[in-house]
Design a protein around this ligand. Sequence first.
Ligand code: PLP
Length: 404
Amino acid sequence: MVSDPNDSHATRPGLGTRAVHGPDPDHTGPMSTPIVHSSTFGFESLDAMNDEQQRGAASAYYQRVGHPTVHVVERRLADLEGAEAALLFPSGMAAISSAFLAYLKHGDHVVALDQCYGGTHDLLQWGSEHFGWQYTLVDGREPDRFEAAFRANTRLFHVESPTNPMLCVVDLDRGARLAHSKGALFTCDNTYASPIGQHPLAHGADLVMHSATKSIGGHSDLLAGFVAGARQAVERVWKVRKVFGPMPDPALAWQIERSLKTLALRLTAMNANAAQLAAQLSTLAGIRQVYYPGLAGHPGHAIAARQMPLGFGHVVSIDVIGGAAAAEAVVNHLRLIRHAPSLGGVDSLASLPAHTSHIQLGAEGRARAGIPEGVIRLSIGVEDAVDLWADLVQALAKVPAAVR
Ligand code: PLP
């Protein structure tokens, strides 16, 4: 079972145990939180109703404001991230955009990574067109140049680590120090590492966002997201959720609770498979480079080892000799690993970022962000590694000699 070495277990159960039982386990009653299918709640008196309404995000007054089944999973997510509070959303982009809306007004400036998820690029572009946000993209591989991108009006420094799909590792302590020295907030999309794989708040982040569609949901069968941080910081995001209305359904909260119980188990297996395959793929002809922070030669290896105490994640990217045509041949010939966007599920997936997560950057933008056209992103699941290996070997062998 996964256990964070920083957990003492003396004062409270470890992460793996809390992922199963939640932060305040009840020894009696149902094993899973009952789904309260109610969008509104009745009160004995006006005073009682007003009191409940005053409880804001923690209330059970009207579903868009707060909901008891949703609260339970929000408490579990906050606990696993080491946060005071968390808010569940119906998608990762709903979480990220609500956080940005909460902290950015017209004319504010954002520094973000060139390597950020394509949807975050879309959000920044949309915000610049409709809300007058300004933004500068920095190359995650060149941290010495981050500072030059800050302006007097910079309000957010937004990062991912490791990044999608090139697994570039950002030193979170250093990023937080830089943002705070400039009077900006430091926000981190922690989707790749998961709330038990890395704790950005402990490294100085002000807010953490997730696409819970990925390893938290873990079965490629739901869309969800969350934001976590200090209670006051999250309160501003809650106001956005209330105003714009991206409130999750209680059944989604239940699905997330159910998935969290196996998160540690799944990640242990996925991380181990990914580490093994990354090492094996490094020896295979037909591959120009393997990107995985667990490899000793990866430029972010030492930082990842410090920031990711539970392992280096389940995503391995490979740059195939022969570029886009070779990568296309590989995904077309995979038989076990599915060619599909997304990541973090128990089923292994392969995708071509040039056609999925980073399509909107165009070839020029991808070149700037260091994403070769021949890159295949592999999200490694819980299958037997030997079968995944055999599938990759046979698919790589199908690349026509003419494109190699
Ligand atoms: N952040 C990262 C790193 C992602 O990979 C994704 C989706 O792929 C998102 C955010 C967006 O999440 P969702 O699709 O749940 O809105």
